[in-house]
Design a protein around this ligand. Structure first.
Ligand SMILES: Nc1ncnc2c1ncn2[C@@H]1O[C@H](COP(=O)(O)OP(=O)(O)OP(=O)(O)O)[C@@H](O)[C@H]1O
Ligand SMILES: [Mg+2]
Length: 490
């Protein structure tokens, strides 16, 4: 659309002369004339207006109101106000309110209009450019703050006296504060003396560096970057909490260790299995043939030892997960009953009472042999803890529950034995951790139980008080339908 120059005035103007003057000046834009502000605004909305000459007094509003109106309408066109007579105060008022220049309405001044317009447009472009630049600067500052606040590591800038100059949102949130509230605080005021001292030491030599540090119970990777601004020294600290990463690394390392241990164990166990079977078979054969009592007793001792080795090997093989689980729909109450049955002689012998607190628990998909092994291992430990504590009325309570909400089957097994001291409770599920005398326990019972329950997608926990007793809590997910290729027996 062709550009136009708009004149808004109800005063006489000598339009033809003005058009000629602008043309002679080399101005191609058409001149458009209207008498009041309202009609002027209509023209502005419909046309491509290059600049506006408007009277300082219009029939419907004064020039200042007009300036205010178009500013409010977000119309950005250079405006030159036309005065009837010279009045410096009014001119400076007009410029203050947004007019780019002022002219007088008389024939002599008309000749100056194109020059005033050129000057006004140049000024307008300069101002627009400056405003854009300022806008860009303020936007980029806002973006920068948003970027720094978007980083979830803690970022902190201090001056040389270790007063906080800037802090990002992540850091301020750690202290339940707004970033602004941290400005001006001292490092020791925020982190305490020890941490402040450590941070200061990191920046003392004014060399960028990254170090691992412990603050409270968390491990941080802290980088310090010294810099100079306006001839003053500052430090940027970037702190990343790596405690979780550490924990995961250790967990990973632990599972690697277990996996390689499992491989090693299964190799050795398989190698020993055959010779032991040979020893047992031949010892039994010889025992049957032997008539000498001393030799028979010796052979029986040999058999006992070999049987014990076989038992340990079986445990080791289970630990290294050589058996793949075969799941069927089973009742955990029945499995517990069967396990107790297995130990009935010993339970009677040690005068241990069994208390059953069964709930109606639905059949669920589990490997019955493996779950039986879990219950057996826990029961054996309970028996041992009761015998160890020397109490007369030993009790083992089996409680089953069905949590319909969370679709979990819960088995609680409690004993009133010696209990587990707090300092070892975190290690009882570790493979080969045992407090039993050499030759009695392998320390595999609970790690096998833990592995089996984990393979079932469940959890096993322990609660214990020394000299009062122990409770093992097993949570199994309730699964009534086979998800994979397993057989369901109903
Ligand atoms: N009910 C319990 N009461 C007290 N201590 C227990 C109980 N259950 C386990 N513990 C402790 O946890 C340790 C580890 O148990 P775990 O069953 O893994 O190995 P173990 O019984 O020592 O040996 P294994 O079961 O291989 O014969 C035990 O040595 C014992 O110190
Ligand atoms: Mg055990």
């Amino acid at each position: 659309m062709e550009q136009k120059i708009l004149f808004i005035t109800d005063k006489p103007l000598r339009k033809n002369l003005l058009s000629k003057i602008f043309k002679n000046h080399g101005e191609n834009s058409e001149l458009v004339f209207t008498e009041n502000a309202e009609s002027g605004i209509k023209i502005i909305k419909k046309n491509n207006i290059k600049a506006i000459f408007a009277s300082e007094q219009l029939p419907d509003m004064d020039g200042y109101d007009f300036l205010y109106r178009i500013k409010k309408m977000n119309i950005s066109i250079p405006v030159i106000l036309i005065f009837e007579e010279r009045n410096e105060a009014m001119v400076s008022e007009a410029i203050k309110k947004g007019a780019l220049d002022c002219v007088l309405r008389n024939t002599r001044s008309f000749y100056a209009y194109p020059f005033v317009l050129d000057r006004a447009i140049a000024r307008y472009e300069l101002e627009t450019e400056r405003a854009e630049r300022e806008w860009l600067i303020s936007e980029s500052q806002k973006l920068w703050v948003a970027v720094i606040d978007g980083i979830r590591d803690y970022i902190l800038i201090t001056d040389n006296e270790l007063k906080i100059f800037r802090a990002n949102k992540a850091l301020s949130e750690m202290f339940n504060k707004h970033p602004k509230d941290l400005i001006g605080l001292s490092l020791s005021g925020l982190f305490g003396d020890d941490t402040a001292k450590m941070l200061k030491e990191m920046s003392d030599d004014r060399i960028s560096k990254t170090e691992e540090k412990i603050i409270g119970e968390q491990t941080y990777l802290i980088s310090v970057f010294p810099f100079n601004y306006n001839d003053k020294d500052f430090n940027i600290y970037v702190m990343k909490n790596i405690s979780e990463m550490y924990r995961l690394k250790e967990q990973l390392y632990h599972s690697y260790k277990l996996a390689s241990l499992g491989l090693l164990i299964s190799g050795i166990a398989h190698e020993i299995n055959n010779p032991i079977t040979g020893i047992i078979t031949y010892a039994e054969l010889l025992k049957m043939k032997s008539k000498d009592e001393q030799i028979t007793t010796g052979l029986q001792k040999m058999l006992n030892g070999a049987e014990r080795c076989k038992h340990i090997i079986e445990n080791l093989l289970t630990f290294s997960r050589q058996k793949s689980p075969s799941r069927t729909l089973e009742s955990v109450n029945d499995i517990i009953d069967r396990t107790i049955e297995l130990r009935s002689y010993w339970l009677r012998k040690n005068n241990i009472e069994i208390i059953r607190k069964y709930s109606e628990v639905p059949f669920t998909l589990i490997d019955p042999q493996q779950i039986q092994l879990v219950i057996l291992n826990i029961l054996l430990n309970a028996e041992h803890a009761i015998v160890d504590s020397g109490i007369e009325n030993g009790k083992v309570t089996f409680e089953t529950l069905f949590n319909t909400d969370k679709s979990k089957i819960i088995i609680n097994i409690s004993d009133n034995g010696c209990g587990i001291p707090q300092n070892i409770i975190s290690r009882i599920f570790d493979p080969f951790f045992t407090t039993k005398p050499v030759g009695t326990g392998t320390g595999l019972g609970l790690s096998i139980a833990h592995g089996i329950i984990a393979e079932h997608g469940g959890e096993i926990k322990v609660e214990s008080k020394k000299d009062e007793g122990t409770t093992f809590i097993i949570e199994l997910p309730y699964e009534k339908q086979s998800k994979g290729n397993v057989q369901i027996i109903t």
